[in-house]
Design a protein around this ligand. Structure first.
Ligand SMILES: Nc1ncnc2c1ncn2[C@@H]1O[C@H](COP(=O)(O)OP(=O)(O)OP(=O)(O)O)[C@@H](O)[C@H]1O
Ligand SMILES: [Mg+2]
Length: 269
């Protein structure tokens, strides 16, 4: 049993790079168990890169990532997938696969020759289809879904995987506002009911503030700000991270920070 004081995830002295570009150097980050953390930052600031490294989809050039206190390298992919699920920014949808079969892939890490498909697996899949509101689409070909429906099917896969740690890269892209709220409420209830540790990437700063315990602002190859939404979302940080001139006021519905951009006078073009 993992010591509950051990962080769910820990990045130690991480250097992340692609062939010709270093994205982060000497990055340290700790994700506490049972927390909801959101990475924000401008396009290209490294949010997806960091998330991929936390799931071992990208090997660090230097440093290490620890899951439940154990280095990710040296662990089997199956062992990791039983404890950590990731929804990438651009998942590849397999062809000729029903929505139910796609969601069922979330159960693969739990199966083996000695433990074939069980009623527990089937129940997890049906519960995930229902929770994401796509039960009636279960028999459709996944490739035939709309962008938002497909996004919810991928979220259902992650939900069915029933891992203690879940990483979601822009889970609300393609969704209308009502479905964005559904997904973020679902994320919060996974956290509240199952104690799931969540790390996600979001672009909508006000929604990120509403649904996260902690925001990590990435930019200029480092962590620009890190803390509670009110601590992080200041006009100064918004200017530095997004070159955005904005005021931050309490959201009338929740009291969390609401980012309201200023509007410069209209220029003629
Ligand atoms: N496969 C790759 N090969 C080379 N460079 C890459 C690759 N993936 C990302 N990069 C570069 O690494 C940097 C960080 O990219 P990343 O995708 O992590 O940004 P992001 O913060 O997720 O952006 P977005 O908000 O647009 O999704 C960018 O400069 C990007 O061009
Ligand atoms: Mg990205």
């Amino acid at each position: 049993m993992t010591d509950t004081r051990t962080p769910a995830l820990e990045a130690r002295d991480l250097t992340l790079a692609y062939e010709h570009a270093v994205v982060f150097e000497h990055l340290d980050l700790t994700i506490e168990r049972g927390s909801v953390t959101t990475f924000v930052g401008s396009n290209g600031s490294g949010k997806s890169t960091l998330l991929k490294a936390l799931a071992r989809l990208l090997a660090p050039r230097a440093g290490s990532v620890l899951l439940d206190g154990e280095p990710l390298h040296g662990q089997s992919t199956r062992a990791i997938a039983r404890r950590l699920a990731i929804l990438p920014q651009k998942p590849l949808t397999p062809s000729a696969t029903s929505v139910r079969d796609l969601v069922s892939r979330g159960r693969h890490p739990h199966q083996s020759l000695l433990r074939p498909w069980t009623t527990t697996d089937a129940a997890a899949v049906e519960a995930a289809l229902a929770a994401t509101g796509i039960a009636e689409l279960a028999d459709r070909d996944a490739a035939s879904l709309s962008g938002g429906q497909l996004q919810r099917a991928w979220i259902a896969l992650v939900l069915a995987q029933e891992t203690p740690v879940v990483l979601l890269d822009e889970p609300t892209t393609f969704l209308d506002l009502s479905h964005q709220l559904d997904v973020l409420r679902l994320v919060r209830s996974m956290n509240a009911e199952r104690g799931t540790t969540i790390v996600m990437v979001l672009h909508d700063l006000s929604l990120a503030a509403r649904f996260s315990d902690r925001l990590v602002v990435l930019g200029q190859g480092r962590v620009l700000a890190d803390g509670t939404p009110w601590h992080v979302l200041t006009p100064g940080v918004l200017r530095e991270a997004f070159a955005l001139d904005a005021m931050v006021i309490p959201d009338p519905a929740t009291g969390t920070p609401l980012v309201v951009p200023h509007e410069p006078a209209l220029r003629s073009i």
